[in-house]
Design a protein around this ligand. Structure first.
Ligand code: PBG
Length: 327
């Protein structure tokens, strides 16, 4: 055959395939979610998330050590407080669970990078992401408590704050409050395009944050919408976000692509609890090759345009990257 173009030339062996890879991955881009439970001593497996744990404040350094050992240098913290109320006041308590966890981590591992999730749903007794007015979340009242919460995280030593509530104007409000208190160097990672998704199911069980009534469709995005994600990213960028995020990841690869093309800011993707749980369950049932599916799924998120990835598989992925199975 007189074929000039033979793409297979570049697929002949591992050496040439690796040289020609279009997507390059690094463990530096991985962020591991850590759940800290104020009422717990030691660590306890999370039934909804096979292989994940709740950590007590006395064991949170163990979670960090396991990250460092696996080559992961960054985490995002979620807190399960001992007490909840209508306002979610334990969220901004200087001696709250996340604030204490940050201090514990930084005392032992000062160079480990700590991002905090800023939201009210784990702290309110009704499970919604803000202050209620009737059955609706009052946007502007919620901005005040989010700002106080983000500030308290910065004061405790957080390296970065990540608001996940989806209130309008929260990035501007948090930026203003951080700047007014001398934290102009603390970056904001905005959960910009966060969809009202069924993929958060296992997380809500893990974080005890399911809403007591109704759902989050009044503030999280409608999964039918793509243009609206660009609008949300534009608003967050204009309000001073340093990093944008799309969440969930696997069912929203088109949104990741579109938003990473449209903005110059770094793009994070959150591969959420339901994505992890599905891969673990199918792997445990012997239906798929869990390791390869984990690698291919993560890779597809980066190929779609993500610069960094929050994932429950962070430690396993860091090892896969080290071995060259992806990366
Ligand atoms: C808090 C928050 C949620 C997740 C991250 N931050 C839950 C939600 O919005 O209901 C989901 C993470 C996951 O499913 O892994 N608002």
């Amino acid at each position: 055959m007189d074929l000039i173009n033979r793409p297979r030339r570049l697929r002949q062996n591992n050496a040439v395939r690796r040289m020609c890879r279009e997507t390059r991955l690094s463990p530096d881009s991985l962020i591991y979610p850590v759940f800290v439970d104020e009422t717990l001593s030691g660590k306890r497996p999370i039934p909804a998330l096979d292989g994940q744990f709740h950590y007590g404040l006395d064991a949170v350094d163990e979670a960090v050590k396991s990250c460092i050992d696996a080559g992961v240098g960054r985490c995002i913290l979620f807190g399960l407080p001992a007490k909840k109320d209508a306002q979610g006041s334990s969220a901004w308590d200087s001696k709250g669970v996340v604030q204490k966890a940050i201090r514990a981590i930084k005392a032992k591992y000062p160079d480990f990078y700590v991002i905090t999730d800023v939201c009210m749903c784990e702290y309110t007794d009704h499970g919604h992401c803000g202050i209620l007015c009737g059955h609706d979340v009052d946007n502007d009242k919620t901005l005040e408590v989010l700002s106080k919460t983000a500030l308290s995280h910065a004061e405790a030593g957080a390296d970065m704050v990540a608001p996940s509530d989806m209130m309008d104007g929260r990035i501007a409000a948090i930026r203003a409050s951080l700047d007014a208190h001398g934290f102009s160097n603390v970056p904001i990672m905005a959960y910009s395009a966060k969809y009202a998704s069924a993929f958060y199911g296992p997380f809500r069980e893990a974080a005890g944050s399911a809403p007591a009534f109704g759902d989050r469709r009044g503030y999280q995005m409608d999964p039918h919408n793509r243009r609206e994600a660009v609008k949300e990213c534009a608003l967050d960028a204009a309000e001073g976000a340093d990093i944008l995020m799309v969440k969930p990841a696997l069912s929203y690869l088109d949104v990741i692509r579109e938003c990473s093309d449209a903005f110059d800011l770094p793009m994070c993707a959150y591969s959420v609890s339901g994505e992890y749980a599905m891969i673990k369950a199918a792997g445990a049932a012997g239906l798929i090759d869990e390791y390869r599916i984990m690698c291919e799924s993560a890779l597809s998120i980066y190929r779609a345009g993500a610069d960094m990835l929050i994932t429950y598989f962070a430690k396993e992925l860091a090892q896969a990257m080290r071995k060259g199975d992806i990366g």
